[in-house]
Write a protein that binds this ligand. Structure first.
Ligand code: MG
Length: 392
């Protein structure tokens, strides 16, 4: 019967000079954790690792004061599968979230998500399986996908970055094997006209293929601006128009969806099952063309994300309409196991946490997974070094 013997927690910078329409990333950091078990393999304890995706700050206070103590104080057997052979992330989730009121999710789902990632890494390692295969077996999902669609998210605003630099960046993405790319909109000094110049500059590199370009407003627009951009973007037939307004302004989104016939994407700032339910109920999202970007790590972990997937399918949505935010290895396994539509990717950004195994290559916009047990952090040298540092 495996037991959790210690949970180590730390904070690392993932700062960068870039910005989107809402924030700069100059102070961005990230919580990392190591969940240590009493199972010894090759002379060392088996350890699961987690981190809090990107775009939300570290959550050490909540981890140290509430989430980690609850796990460590829970009776060891209450965290196990019913046959007692492994850690059960669902039962651990119940322990982590006890004595928390509903609603007002704030940073709490991020803290739970960090540990949930580590527990999934640990459970899959204890069974000696890569996470996507472990998930497929545990949840009877059939064979996992062999590879996963990824798109290159970039096109950020940065000091001294003009149209030519933007085009060079997009060319680098294509050289890396991506087919679909994403750029930021909503913060060009030239307003809508300036952003359209950015869009057209990128389309030049993409041979005019609008369906290979997504744009992301990061929740910046009010209703009128969202509609105005929508009208201007419509002729390009873009891959999607992302997070036009405040992520919780469902009426704005529904009005835009009535007026913008192209694909919309949102959800990276939807952090719970009730928020996801409201999104489906009130935001006018269309299952035949729109994409849901909920990031499992930011929203109470995979345990909650599975509830969201269940909800989606009952509302007539296919898991293929889900392409999680975050560009990390955890969501890549989830995408392969649950047959999602793909995963985000930020080539070279948000290091050391962002991206996939060092050996992973993108071919025709798809990436394959490795067979390392667990999530495979051990195959991402820069990240593994940092994670190992948590527990000596
Ligand atoms: Mg986004």
């Amino acid at each position: 019967m495996p037991r959790i013997t210690a949970i180590h927690e730390g904070t690392i910078p993932i700062s960068s000079s870039m910005s989107n329409a809402y924030i700069t990333f100059k102070d961005m950091d990230c919580s990392i954790v190591a969940v240590e078990s009493d199972v010894i393999r090759d002379g060392r304890p088996v350890v699961g690792y987690g981190f809090n995706s990107n775009g939300r700050y570290s959550v050490g206070e909540i981890l140290r004061r509430r989430i980690i103590p609850r796990l460590l104080q829970a009776p060891a057997e209450s965290l196990l599968t019913h046959d007692g052979t492994n850690i059960d992330p669902v039962r651990a989730w119940e322990a982590m979230t006890q004595n928390e009121k509903p609603g007002g999710h704030g940073e709490r789902p991020v803290a739970v998500g960090v540990i949930d990632m580590a527990l999934h890494d640990l459970a899959a390692k204890l069974d000696g399986l890569p996470l996507h295969r472990w998930l497929a077996r545990e949840h009877a999902l059939g064979a996992p996908d062999d590879d996963v669609f990824v798109y290159a998210a970039g096109g950020y605003y940065a000091p001294g970055k003009g149209t030519r630099e933007l085009q060079d960046e997009i060319r680098r993405f294509l050289d890396l094997g991506y087919r679909v790319v994403k750029i930021k909109i909503g913060a060009d000094e030239g307003g809508l006209a300036g952003d359209l110049r950015r869009v057209e500059a990128v389309l030049d590199v993409l041979d005019g293929a609008g369906d290979r370009l997504a744009v992301d407003a990061n929740g910046r627009f009010d209703l009128n601006t969202a509609l105005r951009y929508g009208q201007a973007l419509e002729p390009y037939g873009l891959f999607w128009y992302e997070e036009p307004g405040d992520p919780l302004d469902f009426a704005l989104h529904a009005t835009l969806a009535e007026n913008y016939p192209g694909a919309l994407a949102t959800g990276e700032n939807i952090f719970s099952l009730p928020d996801a339910r409201n999104l489906l109920r009130y935001a006018g999202m269309r299952p035949d063309r729109d994409t849901l970007q909920i990031d499992p790590v930011l929203s109470y972990g995979l345990v909650e994300y599975r509830r969201v997937l269940h909800l989606l399918t009952r509302h007539g949505w296919s898991p293929r309409t889900c392409i999680p935010h975050g560009g990390h290895q955890f969501s890549l396994h989830i995408a392969a196991a649950f047959h999602l539509g793909g995963n985000e990717s930020y080539p070279g950004e948000f290091q050391p946490t962002g991206g996939f195994a060092d050996t992973a290559t993108v071919t025709e916009g798809r990436v394959t997974l490795t067979d390392t047990p667990g999530i495979g952090f051990e195959e991402k040298a820069g990240l593994y070094r940092v994670l190992r540092g948590l527990h000596g």
